[in-house]
Design a protein around this ligand. Structure first.
Ligand SMILES: O=P(O)(O)OC[C@H]1O[C@H](OP(=O)(O)OP(=O)(O)O)[C@H](O)[C@@H]1O
Ligand SMILES: O=c1[nH]c(=O)c2nc[nH]c2[nH]1
Ligand SMILES: [Mg+2]
Length: 168
């Protein structure tokens, strides 16, 4: 989403992300079997690795999409690399049996582009915001639309001022 109203912060550590991605794999275990995984880069690469390991899926493909070109600012959705024909052919009609994974769904714009490519695929994200939720099939944690999720690969350790310095 492209606005300044995402005032709440939801920081996620590596530990928490691993736990949440594994919880996603547990939830997906009953939804398969899946002939392959298509991950939406770049954010989908990390949960896809974890879910693929848990579900024993070894055919992994990327669909390379960029839409947030600057921090918090969504631009046009750009498909940099489509899904390989071999992967589409290995799936059932309209992508049935394919698992599509991303780290989160926000407005749903990115997922919609891939949904148009694979209408019958199973779409899963670790986190979801209300606007994008209807377009996906499975997720683990919902956060409000005015929340920005901070992923561990985007963060580093920084000094935190003592709490008492911020108390009036
Ligand atoms: O539901 P939407 O509003 O479309 O937003 C969700 C998408 O935005 C982020 O990707 P981004 O475009 O920032 O690229 P990245 O995965 O390479 O970080 C995120 O990883 C999702 O793919
Ligand atoms: O790191 C991110 N956090 C978010 O909440 C978000 N929404 C869209 N794209 C996003 N990227
Ligand atoms: Mg992404």
């Amino acid at each position: 989403m492209s606005d300044d109203r995402q005032t709440k912060a939801f920081p996620v550590s590596w530990d928490q992300f691993h736990r949440d991605a594994r919880a996603l794999a547990w939830r997906l275990a009953g939804a398969g079997p899946f002939s392959g995984i298509v991950c939406i880069t770049r954010g989908g690469l990390v949960p896809a690795a974890i879910v693929a390991r848990e579900l024993g899926v070894r055919l992994i493909e990327t669909v390379c999409i960029a839409s947030y070109h600057d921090y918090k600012n969504q631009g046009d959705t750009e498909v940099l690399k489509p899904i390989a024909e071999a992967v589409i052919k290995a799936a059932g009609a309209n992508g049935r049996g394919i698992l599509v994974i991303d780290d989160l769904v926000d407005t749903g714009k990115t997922a919609k582009v891939v949904r148009d490519m694979l209408p019958e695929a199973h779409f899963a994200t670790v986190y979801a915001k209300p606007l994008g939720r209807p377009i996906i099939d499975t997720f683990i944690t919902e956060v409000s639309q005015d929340t920005w999720i901070y992923f561990p690969w985007d963060m580093g350790l920084t000094f935190q001022p003592p709490i008492r310095d911020g108390v009036a």
